[in-house]
Ligand binder design. Structure first.
Ligand SMILES: Cc1ncc(COP(=O)(O)O)c(C=O)c1O
Length: 304
């Protein structure tokens, strides 16, 4: 990760190297914090944040779910994203990481008296699963780690604590020589990747699991809108791992991962082992949207 000039912290722009916290920061010990992963792209009309409103709304929903009272309003946080990008001098595409966390002052599990802080960092970041991955797809394994159960974790929240689950699944997959993990839910159906939602294509139909056991993905919503534009039939239903082995195409969606084809699962080659035809169409349409080349979707862009 390349350093930028400033990080936004509680209403101020702070030098990158000075954006620090105390070692007794509550979130560091007990894991209650909420965050977003947002992207800004260099469009023909300059840098623009994709779906800023949707990401900020989800950030505040996550805070509500985890009983954190944000110390800024939604409008203030949206403005802060813009201010941060204006103050840094980015030449490439940017990843933004807002985080609302509990700070130093109170120890113990009961969190409500801990001070609340907000920060946003931004840096230039390329394809999360690699340029090569976007073109030729990635090798995925089904994880032995089950996706956080909705009985005990809050899957609608992009909560810091949820990512131990993702981290362990990702670690297992990378150590085993794969590029990403697919986690199953409590019932053995495909849930999601460690930071992505799943789509498969079978007989011309686009299929994605319901969001009961996956984050309500902002990228997934865009892909579903694009599929509707293209007249592609869509099903939202459970998918088993063996159905993925025999599907025609599969891909992951996520703000970081964008639209990344999956070329194999558990060493079973999917389709022809390359980026599928429908995947390529949707991926290309997705990039048109985020780079401001599709008029219909320009309202999702916040120009800096
Ligand atoms: C666990 C998980 N699932 C799915 C996604 C995809 O969500 P989005 O498209 O909103 O980035 C993410 C990334 O935020 C994630 O962390």
């Amino acid at each position: 990760m390349e350093k930028a000039k400033y990080i936004w912290m509680d209403g101020k722009l702070v030098d990158w190297d000075k954006a620090q916290v105390h070692v007794l920061t509550h979130t560091l010990h007990y894991g209650n914090g909420v965050f977003e992963g947002t992207r800004a792209y260099q469009t023909a009309d300059g840098l623009a944040i994709y779906k800023l409103k949707e990401h900020t709304k989800r950030l505040f929903n996550s805070a509500k779910i985890t009983a954190i009272k944000p110390n800024f309003t939604i409008e203030e946080m949206e403005k802060a994203h813009v201010e941060l990008l204006q103050s840094n001098d980015f030449k490439g595409n940017v990843y933004l990481r807002p985080l609302i966390f509990l700070g130093y002052g109170v120890m113990g599990v009961h969190h409500v008296n801990a001070p609340v802080h907000s920060m946003i960092a931004a840096w230039e970041w390329g394809a999360y699963l690699g340029e090569e991955g976007l073109e030729n797809g990635i090798k995925v394994m089904t994880s032995s780690i089950v996706r956080n159960s909705i009985r005990s974790n809050f899957g609608k929240a992009k909560a810091v604590a949820n990512y131990l689950n993702s981290q362990m699944a990702k670690y297992e997959a990378i150590e085993a020589g794969f590029e990403e993990a697919l986690m199953l839910d409590d019932n053995g159906f495909a849930a999601e990747g460690t930071g992505e939602c799943l789509f498969i294509v079978r007989d011309g139909k686009l299929i994605s699991p319901p969001n009961d056991n996956s984050l309500e993905s902002i990228t997934q919503a865009t892909v579903l809108e694009l599929a509707d534009d293209m007249g592609i039939p869509v099903e939202r239903r459970n998918i088993t791992r063996d159905e993925i082995y025999i599907c025609d195409e599969a891909f992951f969606t996520g703000t970081a991962a964008e639209v990344t084809p999956i070329n194999s699962l558990d060493n079973r080659v999917i389709g022809n082992g390359k980026r599928g035809e429908m995947t390529e169409k949707l991926q290309s349409a997705y990039f048109d949207v985020v780079f401001g080349r599709n008029e219909k979707y320009k309202h999702y862009l916040t120009y800096i």
